[in-house]
Design a protein around this ligand. Structure first.
Ligand code: ATP
Length: 369
């Protein structure tokens, strides 16, 4: 397959829309790589630049050691020569063509012999489990089947790189779960280097070997799911990832009885004993605590967990197997996990915190711990 390298890639649309800014990335051979970011932050542009549908304003892109784009040297390899398969967000199937012809289309353009086209279409259709649908029109298929046709059409050329733009967003919740598993398994079997872009964290987590978080065209952090959730590089990554989202308190770091504490006004939050906090005493910080690390329970779940001032339960929410509560301390609020019996709304309860998991971000929003 292929290693994809991007160096200093910018894409600026006229007059001055910065869609991608200084992208530096190396995507490994056979890797399932996901770019995750909010809508309008450059994800589709990122794929289009790789496919050759957009010309970067600056930078270099390589497929293995082959230079695909180099703005300084005026190199730009045309899309057909890149051998990339792309599945567009709306799948872009041809409505007047049967499934067979939709899948065969890229091979007909290449003027492959009829017998070979027939064999390759049938082969990829079998792999995707749509072998018995070849005589139908796209409108006669379910959403999940249409998606498989779009993927088959992208794969039939035997591309060295597969690009998927929000492939699950048109599917309803139930099919979406099986479609994610299907795409992941297919990618594992074919071992094709794959880049998927999405705004949906569940889509991302379910398939990614590694992810990049994109904000306003700038990569914020690259890592696996655990890296991003447990060690977010900045406040944006911390709050964009995780569901329910991380609680954020603004506070000032103080030192009390040999420990660091964040004074957030109506709440004092004990902090981990991290040497990096030393330089921040007296300074404003953001304290981040995931709902899983702050909880209401009959007693603390570990000796390392600390108790906060009692808060008032504003709301209890039962979602599936998990119960959370919205707790308030004179104007400050946090979403917390409920362990054991759900508290009464309006009651005052102690709240425990897993101090080791508390994150601190500086004034510039970068992670300190
Ligand atoms: P979505 O998830 O909504 O598709 P996205 O993250 O894929 O969003 P892009 O489509 O890459 O975002 O767009 C990034 C930015 O570039 C946006 O501000 C968009 O308006 C702008 N943009 C995209 N294509 C063009 C274009 N052809 N001309 C001008 N601006 C563009």
């Amino acid at each position: 397959m292929v290693v994809v390298t991007l160096e200093n890639v910018d894409k600026i649309f006229p007059p001055n829309v910065v869609a991608l800014k200084d992208i530096n990335l190396k995507i490994n051979d056979g890797e399932f790589f996901v770019v995750l970011g909010p809508s309008g932050h450059g994800k589709t542009t990122f794929l289009r630049v790789l496919a050759g549908l957009e010309v970067p304003t600056r930078g270099r892109i390589m497929f293995d050691s082959e230079v695909i784009v180099d703005t300084e040297r005026g190199i730009f390899v045309d899309p057909p020569k890149r051998n990339v398969g792309m599945v567009f967000q709306n799948w872009a199937l041809y409505p007047h063509m049967k499934v067979f012809d939709n899948i065969a289309f890229p091979l007909k353009i290449k003027r492959l012999p009829k017998r070979e086209i027939e064999a390759r279409v049938r082969e990829i259709a079998e792999i995707l489990g749509i072998g018995d649908l070849l005589d139908r029109y796209p409108r006669q298929l379910s959403g999940g089947q249409q998606q498989r046709v779009a993927i088959a059409r992208a794969l039939v050329k035997r591309p060295r790189l597969l690009l998927l733009d929000e492939p699950f967003s048109n599917l309803d919740a139930r099919i979406r779960i099986s479609a994610r598993a299907f795409v992941k398994r297919l990618q594992r079997e074919l071992k094709i280097t794959t880049i998927l872009v999405t705004h949906d964290q569940q889509d991302a987590y379910s398939v990614a070997d590694r992810l990049a978080v994109l904000r306003r065209g700038v990569i914020q952090q690259v890592g696996n799911v655990e890296d991003l959730l447990d060690r977010p590089a900045n406040l944006f990554v911390a709050t964009f990832l995780g569901d329910p989202p991380m609680n954020i308190f603004e506070g000032k770091i103080i030192r009390e009885g040999g420990s660091y504490i964040a004074d957030a006004g109506s709440l004092k939050i004990p902090l981990p004993d991290a040497p990096s906090l030393g330089g921040y005493v007296g300074r404003k910080v953001f304290v981040g605590i995931r709902p899983a690390d702050i909880y209401i329970a009959p007693e603390p779940q570990s000796r390392e967990h600390a108790v906060l001032r009692s808060g008032r339960v504003k709301l209890v929410e039962v979602t599936g197997f998990v119960t959370t509560a919205l707790v308030e301390w004179d104007g400050l609020e946090a979403r917390v996990q409920v362990i054991g019996r759900a508290p009464e709304e309006g009651s005052e309860v102690p709240v425990y915190v897993n101090v080791g998991k508390v994150k601190i971000f500086g004034d510039d929003e970068r992670a300190i711990t």
